[in-house]
Design a protein. Structure first.
Length: 395
C-alpha cells in the first residue's frame, strides 16, 4: 500500500469525489492536507458575489486535516495568504511514500516541496497553468530561472491537459517525468442529474422565463472580467438581431452582474439571470439550456463548467484561450471554438448551430461521451499510474 499525501489550498467542490475514490482504492492510504478553510464570506470575495457554503459534502469519505495557517491575513487569494510551516514536521514524521502538491501559487506549496526535498520524499506537482495566459514581459522573464530550477527538481509533473503539458515542457520538465492527470468532475452524478431532470425541462424553462421554442445558451460562472460575461450578452444580441430563435441564461453572480443586467434591460436582449446556483442545482440550468458558452480569456486555465455541461449532454462553445478547449472541444463534434473577444464570431457559431438542430443534439451526445474521459475514474487511474512510476511500487 502506498501512503499518499495531497496538499491543496482548501476544500474544492470538484475534488471531493476524486479524493473519496482515491481513499477507497485498496492500494492507497490517502491523507489530504488543507491549508485553509474558506469562509462563506471569502467565497463572495473570491468573485462569486454572494456569501455561501457548498451544499454537497466536501470532506466526507477520506482522511484529511486542516493545517494551522500562520499567515497574517489568511486567504486563498494571495501567495502569502497560506503559510503552514508545520508541513515540515508532517512530511518528516509521517514518512509518506509520495506527496502531490496541487499548484504552486501559494506559499504552502513551496513549503511542501522544500519539506519533501529535505526529507527525501518524492514530490509530484499538478497544475493547469498554460502559456496562453497574458503575463507582463517582466514577469515572464523573472519566472524563467525560478521555474526552470524547481520543475527540474520535482519527481513528477502532472499536467491536466495538452496546454498545461506544453507549459511544463516549456519550463524544462522531462517528458518521461510528465504524466497527464486530467481535470475531472463527478460525471456520474451530473449525468444522473441531467437524466432525472430532463422530463422537467419545460418547467425549468418556465422557471427562468425562457421560451420553449428558443435555443438557449448558458453562461455559468463568476461575473468577473476574465469570464467576459459581456461578450456573451453581446453575442446573444447579435444572433437575435439576425432573427435567430435564441436566448441566454446567465448563471452566477459577481461584480459585473449589475452592469450585465442594465445592458440586457436597456437593449431588450433575450437574456435571463438565474443568480448563483449551488452544486446540487447547477445541472438544472444545463438541462434547461441547449449548450454552454465559456467566453473567458487566458486566465481560464481550464474551465470545469465544460466538464459539467458535457456530462449533462450539452455541447460547449469556448473561446480559443480557454484551457479545456484543445482537449475537450472538437468543432462540430462536441462544440465550437471562437476567437477571444469576438462576439460576432461567437454569434455566427451559435446561429449556425441553431440552424442545424439535429447537429446540436448530436454534438450533445458526443459531448457526453467526451466527458467520460475526464471522469473521477479517469483522474484516479492516471494519478495512480503516476504514483506507481514515481515510487516504483506496483499498485
Amino acid at each position: 500500500m502506498v501512503r499518499l499525501a495531497i496538499v491543496t489550498t482548501h476544500p474544492i467542490q470538484y475534488h471531493a469525489a476524486w479524493f473519496r475514490a482515491l481513499a477507497h482504492h485498496p492500494s492507497v492510504d490517502l491523507e489530504v492536507l488543507f491549508c485553509h478553510n474558506a469562509t462563506a464570506q471569502e467565497q463572495a470575495q473570491a468573485g462569486f458575489g454572494v456569501a455561501f457554503n457548498w451544499d454537497v459534502s466536501l470532506l466526507d469519505g477520506y482522511q484529511h486535516r486542516f493545517l494551522k495557517n500562520f499567515a497574517s491575513h489568511p486567504t486563498i487569494g494571495s501567495f502569502r495568504g497560506l503559510d503552514t510551516p508545520e508541513l515540515y514536521d508532517v512530511v518528516e514524521k509521517k514518512r509518506f511514500d509520495v506527496v502531490m502538491v496541487n499548484g504552486w501559487h501559494y506559499k504552502s506549496a513551496w513549503q511542501t516541496m522544500r519539506a519533501c526535498w529535505q526529507s527525501g520524499v518524492p514530490v509530484m506537482v499538478r497544475s493547469d497553468s498554460h502559456l496562453h495566459t497574458s503575463r507582463p514581459l517582466a514577469k515572464r522573464i523573472s519566472k524563467w530561472p525560478l521555474y526552470r530550477w524547481f520543475i527540474s527538481k520535482v519527481d513528477a509533473c502532472l499536467p491536466v491537459g495538452k496546454w498545461s503539458k506544453d507549459y511544463f515542457l516549456h519550463y524544462g520538465a522531462k517528458p518521461e517525468r510528465t504524466r497527464t492527470v486530467p481535470h475531472a468532475v463527478d460525471t456520474e452524478y451530473f449525468s444522473d442529474q441531467s437524466r432525472r431532470l430532463s422530463p422537467l425541462r419545460t418547467d425549468l424553462r418556465e422557471r427562468w422565463r425562457l421560451r420553449q421554442e428558443d435555443s438557449v445558451f448558458v453562461f455559468a460562472g463568476k461575473f468577473i472580467d476574465k469570464k467576459r460575461p459581456l461578450d456573451f450578452i453581446d453575442a446573444i444580441a447579435k444572433a437575435a438581431h439576425q432573427g435567430a430563435p435564441i436566448a441566454g441564461l446567465m448563471v452566477g453572480d459577481g461584480p459585473l452582474r449589475r452592469q450585465c443586467e442594465e445592458i440586457v434591460a436597456s437593449r431588450n436582449i433575450p437574456v435571463q439571470f438565474a443568480g448563483f446556483l449551488n452544486q446540487s442545482e447547477i445541472a438544472a440550468a444545463y438541462v434547461a439550456g441547449d449548450a454552454l458558452v465559456l467566453p473567458s480569456d487566458g486566465g481560464e486555465t481550464w474551465g470545469l463548467v465544460v466538464n459539467e455541461a458535457m456530462a449533462c449532454g450539452r455541447p460547449c462553445f469556448v473561446s480559443d484561450h480557454v484551457g479545456a478547449g484543445p482537449d475537450m472541444v472538437i468543432p462540430n463534434e462536441t462544440g465550437a471554438v471562437f476567437k477571444l473577444g469576438d462576439s460576432a464570431d461567437l454569434a455566427t457559431e451559435m446561429v449556425s448551430a441553431i440552424s442545424r438542430p439535429q447537429l446540436l443534439k448530436e454534438m450533445g451526445n458526443h459531448a457526453r461521451n467526451m466527458a467520460e474521459n475526464y471522469s473521477v475514474r479517469s483522474a484516479t487511474d492516471a494519478l495512480l499510474n503516476a504514483v506507481e512510476v514515481t515510487t516504483k511500487k506496483s499498485l
